[in-house]
Design a protein around this ligand. Sequence first.
Ligand SMILES: [Zn+2]
Ligand SMILES: [Zn+2]
Ligand SMILES: [Zn+2]
Length: 364
Amino acid sequence: MKSKLLIVTFIVVLVCSAFCVSLTNALCPTCNGRGEIPCPVCDGTGKVLLDEGGACERCSGYGTLTPTISIGSVTTQPSNGEIPVQIRLVNEETAAAFGKVTAEVQADSVTYSATSPRTNFPPQETIAVSVTITGISSADYDKLVETVIIGGGDPPSTAEKLRVTPQISLSEVEDIDCPYCDGTGLSSLQVDCSRCGGTGWIDCPTCSSTTTGQDEELDISGTTYGVAAVAVIAGVAIAAFVVLKKRTVKEEDLKKLTPTDFQNWVLKRLNGKPASTSDARMGIDGYTLDGQPVSIKQADNVDRNVIENFAAAMGRHKSKSGTLVAFSFNNDAIRGRIRAKLNYGIDIQMVTVGELIEGRTSTI
Ligand SMILES: [Zn+2]
Ligand SMILES: [Zn+2]
Ligand SMILES: [Zn+2]
């Protein structure tokens, strides 16, 4: 009798958990039941850079500029025929700068100077650079330096003091990517993204038509998680079965593919074909149905370098539009895309693997 009851309980739990799992699986796979997804136009940031307007005023459109490094206080401690000079400098830019610092003193007919090695000036930080002016003739040293009494005693304590102020100059200051235009050379306005109204989220394309259904869906899953927890032992077996049956391809699985298998998967999704060996060497992994180059990166957070390399490959291939596929792109990549468009008239479509899984290939 007792064992029969046990079996019945087990079956009830089994059925219940199967029900729960199927409900959980019924959540929209695109947005995981959230009802919205990160905006593909602004990459979820809510902001886009308008590329209208002319050249960046700060770098005159070059995209690079000479960083401003200001010279602050200068101290000297001459002794034993040498003049050590300590210079405080501040890099006013938001990016690291490199350059050399020279201190010089003018004697009657000779200019004595010392230059620092190539020095890193961290962004918006004050640093002290020390150089020592040496090789001064003793006659000049005597003219440049005076001995002053700094305390009593017998004999009184003295110190050597420079009569002149050393001239400080910077040289070999290396250009940096213009921080005002992010190296694009364009004056760009950051405005709210029109697609998502600046929120960074858009309605989920898969389930947005049933907005009212969203909350219910979420509520149900909330309760069923509780039940599922109770039925966890039976649930595991069923879940594995149901998941195996219902599962479509997941990004995690695609990340584990070999590079070749991954490329083949992407090209199949795009109805494309693989590149010739010589094009592959140029950085083109395949072509879309209409013959546009495709670059495939089995990586997350693809950045501007990748975009620029692909744009260069497209340039060599004499293509004006192409498709770059990756798991995700960072904001810098979007700027790179705008830059490629403005500078070279090259259109790069950035497609995420998630979009390929959903069957959407044109977003931005
Ligand atoms: Zn959805
Ligand atoms: Zn947006
Ligand atoms: Zn600029």
